[in-house]
Design a protein around this ligand. Structure first.
Ligand code: NI
Length: 155
């Protein structure tokens, strides 16, 4: 088990574009292993490689629901539907959260850790998490998208 340090907001790497993965080698395998360890250690449900300082299009997600432990490499959103405004947070912005509009349902095309293509449709939390993490690959943080709390959900 190897933990990598999580980059926090203000670190300029978080604003950079991640590059597509083209080599499925031992180095990538180790990155993914370390990302799982780092994410679970921080009690997160998703992590993008840039958050541990690696500008590669690699994401791990585990929302805690059954069958929702995903590795997304070079992911692309190919369909989305609906809209839900809910609070979300980010391991790179510790202790904070904000309301963000996200699609209710998202379909993503990606490669798995072996380079095999797959598509996955997620709803609710999984859809939100996939969008949030894919944003990271393009230098976008959720705080770029926050809106006021919806009526009835204000403190
Ligand atoms: Ni995040």
């Amino acid at each position: 088990m190897a933990l990598r340090s999580i980059r926090v907001d203000g670190d300029e790497i978080l604003r950079k574009e991640s590059k597509p993965v083209d080599k499925f080698d031992r180095r990538l395998e180790m990155l993914i292993e370390d990302m799982w360890d780092t994410m679970y250690d921080a009690n997160g449900i998703g992590l993008a490689a840039v958050q541990v300082g690696v500008l590669k299009q690699v994401i791990v997600i585990d929302t805690g629901e059954e069958d929702e432990q995903l590795v997304l490499i070079n992911p692309e959103i190919i369909a989305m539907e609906g809209n839900i405004c809910e609070a979300e947070g980010c391991l790179s912005i510790p202790g904070k959260s904000g309301y963000v509009n996200r699609p209710e349902t998202v379909t993503v095309r990606a490669l798995d850790e072996n380079g095999k293509p797959y598509t996955r449709t997620g709803t609710g939390l999984l859809a939100r998490c996939m969008c949030h993490e894919i944003d990271h690959l393009h230098g976008i943080l959720y705080t770029d998208k926050t809106v006021d709390a919806p009526e009835g959900e204000k403190d």
